[in-house]
Design a protein around this ligand. Structure first.
Ligand SMILES: [Zn+2]
Ligand SMILES: [Zn+2]
Length: 243
């Protein structure tokens, strides 16, 4: 079945994610926007995923556990996971490879961990936006081992993208799908990146404010309404644009 998606949304745990971006608010907003499947993908953390999954279930939408991982090269990679257990495993792996730089709440925001009822359950002390020691060539394999998928994020952006920071995407990096912003020039990207021409592309909001969450616009075709079903659909490129 066709599912309208927005799989890249930041909660109040992300630096620069507004405090109103609670898991409950995101789920409610996504539901109002007509989204069938959403994902909270905070920088280098999955700790607001449990609350988002619970809130999404109450709102009647599907949630996919997710993270936006910052590689050693400062390239952002959207990671989608089949289960909370896999998300926790990725969280532990990434957190151990994050430099212990203290967050400055006055500059970057409070990095709030929430429950599904808008209750604050903690504050992340380490700045989550910093680069991990995980290399860009290792992310696809890492996610594969967890049953998930690694997707280079907003490749058409001029900062924190694999193309802005490395200049190219090669087949040996192992990625099976890409993400662009809504305004991306597919022809130019495909011409410049011959190795990944034909690869499935998802388009997400990368919302940091509630208003940024996409109205139902982009869809994928999943065999099964589950996180695994969504990951499989992206891997196969069902109903997705291709570069
Ligand atoms: Zn990003
Ligand atoms: Zn993002």
């Amino acid at each position: 079945m066709k599912l309208k998606y927005d799989l890249h949304i930041h909660s109040c745990l992300s630096p620069c994610g507004e405090d109103t971006m609670t898991p409950a608010n995101i789920a409610a907003m996504a539901m109002l926007a007509g989204i069938d499947v959403g994902a909270v993908s905070d920088h280098n953390s999955t700790r607001n995923c449990p609350a988002f999954l619970e809130a999404a279930e109450k709102a009647g939408i599907l949630a996919v556990p997710a993270m936006e991982l910052t590689t050693a090269e400062e390239a952002h990679i959207l990671c989608l996971l089949p289960s909370l257990a896999a998300a926790e495993e990725l969280d532990r792996y990434v957190y151990a490879r994050l430099p212990p730089v203290k967050n400055r709440a006055d500059v970057f925001g409070k990095q709030l961990m929430m429950d599904a009822e808008d209750g604050v359950i903690g504050q992340e002390p380490h700045l989550l936006i910093t680069a991990t020691s995980i290399g860009v060539h290792d992310v696809a394999g890492l996610l594969n081992d967890l049953g998930g998928i690694a997707i280079p994020a907003h490749i058409d952006r001029t900062s924190f993208s694999i193309l802005s920071n490395l200049g190219f995407i090669t087949k040996e990096m192992g990625f099976e799908a890409l993400e662009t912003t809504r305004g991306a020039d597919f022809d130019a990207l495909a011409a410049a990146q011959a190795e990944v021409r034909g690869m499935p592309v998802i388009i997400n909001s990368d919302a940091h404010r509630l208003d940024d969450i996409f109205d139902a616009e982009f869809e994928l075709e999943a065999d099964e309404i589950s996180a695994e079903g969504v990951i499989e659909a992206i891997r196969k490129g069902n109903a997705l644009k291709r570069l």
